[in-house]
Design a protein around this ligand. Structure first.
Ligand code: PMP
Length: 293
């Protein structure tokens, strides 16, 4: 794989199209040292950006919660996102907008730092091995819990939140799992390291945790809408760890993960059933709807 700093093309950087390999930040950037950094993750399907406005709204929400004022309007960011996708000629890929504090100050207080904004995009396929999209992935349970909502701006894509996600995912991979299920601060089921989680019960109803200390994913909300349109009952509620053995099926949702079945969480096995495969197919159809219409 080509390292991300060695790729070709342009990155939208502070309102200019800059050569990919020339986009550099100084090692003494506040964003790097103190995690004053927010980002988004979007997908492009058949040349169309999926849910651009929702992602841009969340980008601004994350920035505001982190006391970062993005020096562009949402409209400018939407236009810049479309522009970079077109300049890079991405057909099926990923977009990463990000904003961070610069190097004018190097201490906890960062009031006078410049806010930098960049948008990069590249062709990209499946997040998990495509074969696992039908076989299902295996999760362990992380020893790290999602922080309680009064400890961090939890409903954002701020980089600091991902510190424990990387630790959890590394441990899972070392132990032969694909990803990790994280619990919330009370020990209830929360989410995976970069995706929301759903369960199917023996009656064909879906259950998913209330996102009250972690991200309410855009894919999560989309899949809930799809399920409702199919008259599948959705139960948004607290889910305790003891319940894992009662469920028949499980899947993850996320921009990167899309709809990915889970076949195992430690000793609990789940069937990759038709209901989950059907939701996955419906999601795939929806994201490419514009092209098909
Ligand atoms: N939780 C976390 C921690 C994530 O990083 C993501 C990916 N953005 C999600 C959930 C799913 O969010 P979305 O469906 O908006 O991509």
């Amino acid at each position: 794989m080509i390292p991300y700093d060695k790729r070709e093309g342009k990155i939208w950087y502070n309102n200019e199209l800059v050569d990919w390999q020339e986009v550099k930040l100084h090692a003494l950037s506040h964003g790097l040292h103190y995690a004053s950094f927010v980002f988004e993750g979007l997908r492009v399907y058949d040349g169309e950006i999926f849910k651009l406005e929702e992602h841009t709204d969340r980008f601004y929400h994350s920035a505001k919660r982190m006391d970062i004022k993005i020096p562009y309007s949402k409209d400018e960011i939407n236009k810049a996102t479309k522009k970079i996708v077109s300049v890079q000629n991405v057909q099926n890929g990923y977009i990463r907008p990000f904003a961070w504090r610069g190097s004018e100050m190097m201490a906890v207080s960062a009031q006078q730092t410049k806010i930098h904004v960049a948008i990069a995009t590249w062709e990209w396929g499946s997040y998990f091995d495509p074969k696992l999209k039908t076989e299902g992935i295996k999760l362990n349970i992380s020893k790290w819990r999602r922080p309680s909502p009064d400890t961090i701006p939890w409903d954002t894509k701020a980089s600091g939140l991902y510190m424990i996600c990387t630790l959890s995912k590394h441990e899972a991979e070392r132990d032969g799992y694909t990803d990790s299920l994280m619990l919330d601060h009370e020990g209830n089921v929360a989410e995976a390291t970069g995706a929301n989680i759903f369960f199917k019960d023996k009656n064909g109803e879906l259950h998913t945790p209330i996102p009250d200390s972690f991200l309410d994913g855009i894919t999560r909300r989309t899949v809930i809408e799809i399920a409702k349109s199919k008259n599948i009952k959705i139960n948004e509620r607290k889910i305790s760890l003891d319940e894992l053995s009662n469920f028949a099926g499980c899947f993850l949702t996320g921009t990167a993960a899309e709809v990915t079945p889970v076949s195992k969480i430690i000793e609990h096995n789940y069937k990759v059933c038709n209901l989950i495969l059907d939701l996955s197919t419906s999601y795939d159809k929806l994201v490419r709807k514009k092209k098909a219409a």
